[in-house]
Design a protein around this ligand. Structure first.
Ligand SMILES: Cc1cc2nc3c(=O)[nH]c(=O)nc-3n(C[C@H](O)[C@H](O)[C@H](O)COP(=O)(O)OP(=O)(O)OC[C@H]3O[C@@H](n4cnc5c(N)ncnc54)[C@H](O)[C@@H]3O)c2cc1C
Length: 465
């Protein structure tokens, strides 16, 4: 069976991979000249990589880890020590760590929390631990129910002092969805904490050993094409054409310069585009259908990814760091954490700038200047004196609409991979799956989409060619 998929992000490529595993012929059409969507990366004039986002893989990503195994590229994940490391704004240049010992969950998580005495008081730890009991016992049902309130409201409901937000959860909330705890749905934080506490290696982190388009997406493309599938770059979907019964008749694809258009037909069609772009393309005949009209409740959140190349080493920490800075979220010295970006003498910091709402339209120079001011607090000794560290060059990548903004109430707007249209399906991190807006969510959504297609077409054998 021929399946046309618009979008070569992780969701579209995962859908194509699992369709190919089932003997189907996936044809992936990507609008841009780079694979990966939100994990896309480019080389600058010196051959140095810069990326859409600093990306971390977690032990709690079963579908992603399975995919690495199936592609035989598991050695490309560079696992770090099982810790979470936070900057301490009250003591510039110092860090506070949660170290997870090598013992079963949840004891390793409880031990990590109890042995950190810099950030939370004993009273806060006890109240917080008690608050998490329903999530651990009742699982997904409880997590879904909590989507009515923000994380700050959840803390209030459990009499946990709001101070713990300043200590830990502003940083975690910004890392998970690029917004603060007053805005984020408590489902997001509880889902992450639940996985981290219930799975021994849930919060263990890995960096990819190079740029995602080459080191992760290209092996997916090779796998797909080796099994008869196709992946076409510079092929944006421009229109979804319908039959009289509102099923899809064809996709209209434009060439890069928009001069040529062509129609492509298949047995089934998939949108693996981001939700904001798919919404612009929904045919009028579908607009009254609940599955499509509710997408208005999902909107991409702005975020900025910054790369700063320095003339000296700033740190020797081989890990992700939670900056706890008002402007910045997480960051890492990629010259240490990522094999392909390695430099023994000079640091390259990759930093996520969030929330980015008030900055997304500012100039790159303004953004870098503000980031450098924050870095002076994180590295107080490096930017003064005669031998101060100098910024050699920078790259700023803005994504005005990135992953869907996970505000309270938005879980109910997330659509299933199977749409009300018989031959049309959806993949993407915003579609319903339990890993929210993440690489794991995108890969799982693609897998679920391929399963839906298999199921639908195994019911109607006449459609299977
Ligand atoms: C700054 C940043 C940091 C992040 N950090 C992490 C992290 O540490 N860990 C984690 O798990 N996740 C992280 N994420 C989230 C993760 O990147 C996304 O959840 C995931 O990559 C989304 O994949 P997707 O396939 O659903 O969508 P996308 O990656 O958006 O893919 C959609 C694809 O569709 C294409 N497209 C658009 N329009 C058309 C069209 N008309 N025709 C054809 N193709 C089209 C796009 O070009 C794109 O390639 C981060 C994201 C950002 C932005």
């Amino acid at each position: 069976m021929r399946v046309v998929i618009a979008g070569a992000g992780l969701a579209g490529l995962s859908c194509a991979k699992y369709l190919a595993d089932n003997g189907h012929i996936p044809i992936v059409l990507e609008a841009r000249d780079v694979l990966g969507g939100k994990v896309a990366a480019w080389k600058d004039e010196d051959g140095d990589w810069y990326e859409t986002g600093l990306h971390i893989f977690f032990g709690a990503y079963p579908n992603m880890l399975q995919l690495f195994k199936e592609l035989d590229i598991e050695d490309r994940l560079q696992w770090k020590s099982h810790s979470m490391i936070f900057n301490q704004p009250s003591e510039p240049g110092t860090y506070s760590r949660f170290d997870f010992p090598d013992i079963p969950a949840p004891v390793n998580g409880v031990s990590a929390i109890l042995s950190n005495n810099d950030m939370l008081s004993w009273n806060e730890k006890i109240l917080f631990g008690l608050g998490l009991v329903p999530a651990m016992l009742r699982g997904q049902k409880y997590l879904d129910k909590c989507d009515t309130k923000s994380w700050t409201d959840w803390l209030k409901e459990h009499n946990i002092p709001e101070r713990v937000n300043d200590e830990v959860f502003i940083a975690m909330s910004k890392a998970l969805n690029f917004i603060g705890p007053d805005e984020i749905s408590s489902t997001v934080l509880l889902t992450a904490l639940n996985r981290f506490l219930q799975e021994k290696n849930g919060s263990k982190m890995a960096f990819l050993d190079g740029a995602p388009p080459e080191r992760l997406c290209q092996p997916m493309v090779d796998y797909i094409t080796a099994r008869g599938g196709e992946v076409h770059m510079n092929s944006p979907l421009r229109e979804i054409n319908l039959n009289e019964d509102s099923t899809v008749k064809s996709f209209t694809i434009a060439s890069l310069n928009e001069k040529e258009k062509k129609e492509i037909t298949a047995d089934a069609y998939v949108s693996a585009m981001p939700v904001d772009l798919f919404k612009l393309m929904i045919p009028n005949q579908w607009k009254g259908l609940d599955a499509f009209s509710k997408l208005d409740g999902l909107n991409g959140v702005p975020v900025i990814n910054i790369h700063l190349w320095f003339d000296k080493k700033l740190t020797d920490i081989d890990h992700l760091l939670f900056s706890r800075s008002p402007l910045l979220s997480v960051y890492a010295d990629m010259s240490i954490t990522c094999k392909e970006y390695e430099d023994p003498n000079r640091s390259m910091l990759e930093l996520v700038f969030a929330p980015a709402k008030d900055w997304i339209n500012r100039s790159d120079q303004d953004i870098v200047d503000a980031t450098m001011e924050e870095l002076k607090k994180l590295f107080p000794t490096h930017f003064m004196g005669d031998n101060k560290t100098k910024l050699r060059k920078y790259k700023v990548v803005k994504t005005p609409r990135s992953v869907y903004k996970a505000v309270p109430g938005c879980q109910e707007f997330r659509p299933s991979q199977k749409s009300p249209i018989k031959n049309f399906f959806l993949a993407g991190d915003y579609t319903m799956q339990k890993y929210l807006a993440s690489m794991e969510g995108a890969v799982l959504s693609g897998k679920l989409c391929a399963e839906s297609i298999n199921k639908e077409y195994s019911k109607t054998p006449q459609n299977v060619s």
